[in-house]
Each structure stands twice: as structure tokens, then as C-alpha cells.
Design a protein around this ligand. Sequence first.
Ligand SMILES: NC(=O)c1ccc[n+]([C@@H]2O[C@H](COP(=O)([O-])OP(=O)(O)OC[C@H]3O[C@@H](n4cnc5c(N)ncnc54)[C@H](OP(=O)(O)O)[C@@H]3O)[C@@H](O)[C@H]2O)c1
Length: 328
Amino acid sequence: MNQDASIFVAGARGLVGSAIGRALAARGFKRVLTPSRSALDLRDRAAVDRFFTAERPDYVFMAAAKVGGIVANDTYPADFIRDNLEIQTNVIDAAYRSGTRKLCFLGSSCIYPRLAPQPLNEASLLTGPLEPTNQWYAVAKIAGIKMCQAYALQHGFNAISVMPTNLYGPGDNFDLQTSHVLPALLRKFHAAKESGSGEVTVWGSGTPRREFLYADDLADALCFLMERYDSPEIINVGWGEDVTIAELAEIVAATVGYRGAIVYDRSKPDGTPRKLLDVGKIATLGWRARTRLPDGVRATYDWYLANLKHVARSDAQKTLESQRSCRD
Ligand SMILES: NC(=O)c1ccc[n+]([C@@H]2O[C@H](COP(=O)([O-])OP(=O)(O)OC[C@H]3O[C@@H](n4cnc5c(N)ncnc54)[C@H](OP(=O)(O)O)[C@@H]3O)[C@@H](O)[C@H]2O)c1
């Protein structure tokens, strides 16, 4: 990517999109396009076409998607499959037609088959049944990967698909109803410290192993892959090692300064025992993640403390949105 290239970051206000924005700014890119969802709803094909015709971005990072946990996927399966298919179809097609030089699409480790061997290798995609709880999201994401591959085959369009592991970082979702485990633990331990509570309950046995990648490390990998990877075959990006949920809880408690007890509620489901990506392919290209978990958790907690008001406002907004969706 030359310094005067114009770059569209779709979903620039999200966890990944904001990290890509920071990575591009640090590398000196000046022509970065970051329209908000209210300025450009990517489900609106005509609006997306108008945007690409007017701006003709050289590079596109696809960090916009409808993202959520098990409850959200279960409650709004139609929204998950429709929104994601619409967003990615509109953007990939408009990028190709307007002459974009390269597009980076994001898959996810959660779209590999439910029982694929660990660590998850790129060759495992589409080799078995999906996790039923997020199949709507997974099928849409797999369609996005296949669309990139089809446009590469038929049109020679340079579209790559990257498979990140679980992410965390500044700007994460801290809503206890919809957040992932790491921000949820940060919020719970912080609340317990503030209220002087002597006990925090963590769901499950604490033994499942999970991998966590700092969002800014992913953004660094995406910039690296934009420069050095031109294959339509998917490529994993992860930390390369996992921790138990109990180890994660200890790191979060130490970061927050919580000194009470941690209790494991074994009546709650553990989920899959292990989820780790095989990062051999990107390592061979010469990239590895740098941010150690305690350092990334510290930076995420600092962001949370600095944005407590913003987090509370966004909780209120999400409650309103879920009430609206229930009425629709
Ligand atoms: N977070 C993870 O652990 C993880 C792991 C693996 C892969 N990924 C992938 O990374 C990508 C980004 O995820 P994220 O965690 O950054 O999600 P996020 O924080 O929810 O950000 C998603 C972004 O997409 C935007 N968006 C959603 N619908 C839109 C629409 N109709 N029009 C325009 N913009 C829209 C959102 O806008 P608003 O801000 O207005 O809502 C938000 O900026 C996704 O493709 C996801 O599958 C994430």
C-alpha cells in the first residue's frame, strides 16, 4: 500500500475497525475513509454503490459485520444471516466493480466445524457440521470467503480472507448480556472491587482453554497481509497459545486489583474444552503477535476506566435496540 493510497475501513468504529484505524494512522496513511453506519448503511446496496463510485478506494478492510454472542445469535438468527450476507455482498461486489486493488475480508475461528481437530488448521474449514448456536453467522461468513474466492477465480480480484481468533482490546463490548468472556470478566471484577464484594462467580469449571488476541495485534497482521499475502486461501491469525478460563480470571483479577474469592459455578456449561488456532501459516510468512495477555488486559482495562460513561450509554442503547427488535 503506497502512502497516498485511499483506504476504506468498513466498520471503523468497531473493535477491529478502530484498531485498523490506529494501525493505519501509525503507518502514516492519510486518506483513510471511515464513514459511520448512519452515514453509510452497508446493507443498502444503492448507497454502497454510490460511495464506491464517488470514492474509488484502492484498498478495503471489511471489519463491518453483525457480531454477537450465543444469546444474540439464538434470538435474531434471521438478522444475523441477512445483515451479514447483505453487507459483505454489497461491499465485495462494489469494490471489484469500482477497481479496488485489494480487499481484506474477515472470517472467524468460530466458523470452523464444531469438532474440528485442535489446533484449528485452515484445511479444516467445511469439513464437518458447524456449531449450531452460531450457524447463521457462520454460513454468511463462509459465503463471504467463497465470494472472495469466486471473484478471484472469475475476475482475478485480489480479495483475501483472514480468520482471527477471539479478540479483545480498547473499544470492546462490555455489555454483560452480549459481551465475550474477557470484557465480561473485567467488568465483573471491577464492579466487585468497587462494591467491596468478597466473591466473584465465574460461569463453568474454569478449565476450558481459550486463545485471546489483542485487537491491535490483529490490525498489525491485517496490514502485514495487505502487503505480503495475495492468495484467496484463508489464513489464521492468533496468539498461538491458549490459557484456561481460571488463568484468565486470575490475570483479570490482578489487573483490576480485586483481592476477593473467585468461585466457579459448575452448573453452567463449559462449552468446547479447547479452542486454539494453528498459526503456522502466518508464522511462515514472518508475522507473530506481540502483546502478552497481561499487557493487553491492562490496556483494555485502562480504556474501560477512561470510558465508563461511554460504556453505560452504549448499554442503554443496546437495551433500547433489543426492545425494538423484540417488537419488530
Ligand atoms: N470480536 C471478535 O472476537 C472477533 C473474532 C473473530 C472475527 N471477528 C470479525 O471481525 C469483524 C469485526 O468484528 P468486531 O468485533 O470489531 O465487531 P464490532 O465491534 O461489533 O464492530 C462491527 C462494526 O460493523 C459496523 N456495522 C454493523 N452493521 C453495519 C451496517 N449495516 N452498516 C455499516 N456498518 C455496520 C458496526 O457499526 P456500529 O458501530 O454503528 O454498530 C461496527 O462499527 C467481524 O467480521 C467479525 O466477524 C471478530
